[in-house]
Design a protein around this ligand. Structure first.
Ligand SMILES: Nc1nc2c(c(=O)[nH]1)N[C@H]1C(S)=C(S)[C@@H](COP(=O)(O)O)O[C@H]1N2
Ligand SMILES: [Mo]
Length: 362
């Protein structure tokens, strides 16, 4: 039996909690089939009786709410949007090549997927709850208790009130026109486009308006960018890190595969790029000589700022070992750093270095 209804070619890093990345063959589609959408969990998948399930809205609000699924569907205008979710650990394997990282999943480039989510706007629910003076953050809490947290606690996180009120942030009950599957957060999940996947809290049970960010382990301790240095001889400066939120520009090569053997001559080179937080991908260049010379790739239209863009080109590959590299720019002009050495950090988040595929041709 396949795990959680997923395809057999998912790259399963861990069965329990279920952590699996999408296979490259699925990442080439604009919308990822649900059975190939990556799964990232910090504890067991909770079961909820949809009839008894309630969403609580509380904290710094004028009118606390307790809402059933029927309430959500009946009281607000449903909206649908394509959204790419990307884990902060996507492409961690590239950082591990620089220096080992213990206790974190060695994700390749498949901790990212896109779905058509249907639900309502978090902003609409918050408008009814009426945030009070001093409201500055919105904490989201799930029903799953994570044994990885210290102490064990339900999974949660927060986003600033301004993001929570942005029209793209959804409370979703459907994914690709089907009810949200258990492993993706049934009956309701938050979808926070343009932000690290960790803030799109699944099995959502509580929305709390606060003056400060959530104290939840996954906001206050995990998913923070800790200062680091790839050279173990160099002491890392102290600090409790930067809480990760908005995504920054990323890009991956899907074809050819790293370490592939292929004939020399013209070869299709293709991949995805994702700009993050309201930006789009403006340009992608590809190199067949490790980054000495570059050729511009065709980048797909941005359907919206909240989804990835696929790109492709044809490279004339010489015989022998070839180092294919890609680099992207976003609509704000930001580029990607060349090497993961510049980005290495102790928890292995946010590897946005130039992706490489080292192939043998001829
Ligand atoms: N309740 C809950 N929500 C969660 C998580 C979790 O473990 N529990 N994992 C988060 C992380 S780190 C990511 S990247 C996304 C993954 O969503 P997916 O499993 O639907 O792909 O869910 C987020 N929401
Ligand atoms: Mo994640």
């Amino acid at each position: 039996m396949s795990l959680w209804g997923k395809r057999d070619d998912m790259i399963v890093h861990e069965r329990d909690p279920f952590n699996a990345e999408s296979p490259r063959s699925a990442l080439q589609f604009h919308v990822t089939p649900v059975d190939a959408f990556y799964g990232r969990n910090h504890g067991p998948v909770p079961t909820a009786d949809a009839a008894l399930w309630r969403l609580g809205v509380d904290g710094l609000v004028g009118r606390p709410l307790s809402l059933s699924l029927d309430d959500l569907r009946a009281r607000w205008q449903p909206v649908e949007a394509e959204v790419t979710l990307q884990c902060a650990g996507n492409r961690r394997a590239g950082l591990i090549e620089v220096r080992d990282i213990q206790g974190e999943t060695p994700w390749g480039a498949g901790a990212v997927s896109t779905a058509r989510f249907r639900g309502i706007r978090l902003a609409d629910v918050l408008a009814e709850a009426r945030p009070r003076a001093g409201a500055a953050h919105v904490a989201l809490a799930g029903a799953d208790v994570s044994p990885l947290a210290d102490p064990p606690q339900p999974y949660g996180g927060s986003v600033p009130l301004a993001k929570a009120l942005s029209p793209e942030v959804l409370l979703a009950w459907s994914m690709n026109d089907a009810p949200l599957p258990p492993v993706h957060g049934a009956p309701l999940r938050a979808v926070v486009p343009g932000w690290i996947g960790a803030r799109s809290v699944k099995w959502l049970t509580r929305v709390t308006v606060r003056s400060t960010p959530s104290d939840n382990h996954f906001q206050a301790v995990a998913y923070r960018l800790l200062p680091g240095d790839p050279d173990p001889g160099t002491a890392a400066p102290d600090g409790d890190g930067i809480p990760l939120g908005p995504l920054t520009l990323n890009c991956a090569i899907l074809h050819p595969a790293d370490h592939a053997h292929l004939p020399n001559g013209p070869a299709r080179v293709a991949g995805y790029a994702l700009a993050g937080e309201g930006r789009t991908v403006a340009r992608v260049d590809v190199s067949r000589d490790g980054g000495l010379s570059w050729q511009r790739a065709d980048v797909g239209e941005a359907a919206s700022p909240w989804v990835w863009q696929h790109w492709h080109t044809t490279l004339d590959l010489p015989r022998g070992d070839v180092d294919i590299v890609a680099r992207a720019w976003d609509s704000a002009g930001a580029a990607m750093p060349e090497s993961p050495r510049q980005l290495w950090n102790p928890k292995g988040y946010a590897n946005t270095a130039w992706p490489r595929a080292r192939v043998r041709c001829g």
